[in-house]
Design a protein around this ligand. Structure first.
Ligand code: AVI
Length: 302
């Protein structure tokens, strides 16, 4: 973490890995973002999963269901009902959150063995040896458009790696948020209640705690802007003044107006996404979309 933070702070513009946003408080704030009226992604995708549950389950077929970045693991419910897989494996970076989600899910689906693995799935080269996983085909579930929080190059590398992690006969059901009206996109990442801003500022609070930082969160303004040339929302904390902060044993100076990028959220049109997936060895075998075509679920096969 110290090394990654130093590397990110030395970049121009400064940018920290998005997974750092998800400490216990960050995970709680992200759940609150999903409830905001401006942020429709979670509601729309959940409704799509519920509406298309039988078709999605039939397309996925049999195997252990592995969810990447499971969070509160609420979206997987309809699939577990329809698939009744031999096991469900949830991967997430936030240990407490993962444990609570797995306990709650196991209570709701007593017939499906649930296994939680606390990890940064983007850095995982293989799944650990476990009786629930051995000899079973693996079906990946990666909802929420979280792949959009990686750059397109990273996303391609990640899809390649997920294919290796899932192994022979792998299938992956992945959610992708699509480009839409700029006003809607910017509002989704800058909600009126200020939860998105609090989520970003929580990163500074976390860095103060975990890496002996001296950030004053109020000395940074939150900004979320659509960058059409990259088809992405750029989220940043912008220094309100010239200031120097201590972090990870070093002093870092910010000019007035200098941004610290907390996260990008890339939006893919389906054709561009399938081209990217193809470069990582996946083929599109199905696409489901909501009535407004705001986002889509893709079934990828190897
Ligand atoms: C997790 N991920 C898909 C969210 C997104 O929409 O990019 C993260 C987020 N950050 C602020 N709002 C939502």
């Amino acid at each position: 973490m110290r090394r990654l933070v130093r590397e990110g702070m030395a970049q121009q513009p400064r940018q920290l890995p998005a997974w750092l946003l998800y400490d216990a408080e960050g995970s709680r704030l992200f759940e609150a973002i999903c409830e905001q009226p401006e942020y429709g992604l979670t509601r729309t995708e959940t409704a799509l999963l519920e509406a298309r549950e039988p078709e999605l389950a039939a397309a996925l077929g049999e195997g252990v269901l592995v969810e990447f970045g499971a969070g509160n693991a609420r979206k997987v419910g309809p699939l577990l009902e329809a698939l009744q897989p031999p096991a469900y494996v949830a991967l997430d970076i936030s240990a407490d959150h993962l444990q609570q989600s797995c306990v709650a899910l196991q209570a709701r689906h007593p017939a499906v063995p649930v296994l939680g693995i606390c990890c940064d799935y983007s850095a995982l080269r293989q799944l650990p040896e476990h009786p629930l996983l051995s000899g079973q085909r693996r079906l990946g579930f990666y909802p929420g458009s979280s792949i959009g929080n990686f750059s397109p190059e990273e996303a391609e590398a990640l899809l390649l790696q997920l294919g290796q992690l899932l192994g022979p006969g792998a299938r992956l059901l992945i959610g992708i948020d699509q480009p839409k009206a700029v006003a809607r996109l910017e509002a989704a990442y800058n909600d009126a209640a200020g939860v998105s801003a609090a989520f970003a500022r929580n990163l500074l609070i976390r860095l103060n705690r975990d890496l002996a930082g001296s950030f004053n969160p109020d000395a940074f303004a939150y900004s979320a802007r659509w960058q059409a040339e990259h088809s992405r929302i750029a989220m940043a904390l912008v220094s309100r003044e010239a200031q120097t902060v201590q972090l990870a044993g070093e002093a870092w100076s910010f000019a007035v107006g200098e941004p610290l990028i907390t996260e990008y959220s890339v939006k893919y049109d389906p054709v561009a996404f399938l081209a990217l997936a193809a470069r990582a060895g996946w083929r599109g075998a199905g696409r489901w979309s909501d009535p407004a075509d705001d986002l889509s679920l893709h079934l990828l096969v190897t």
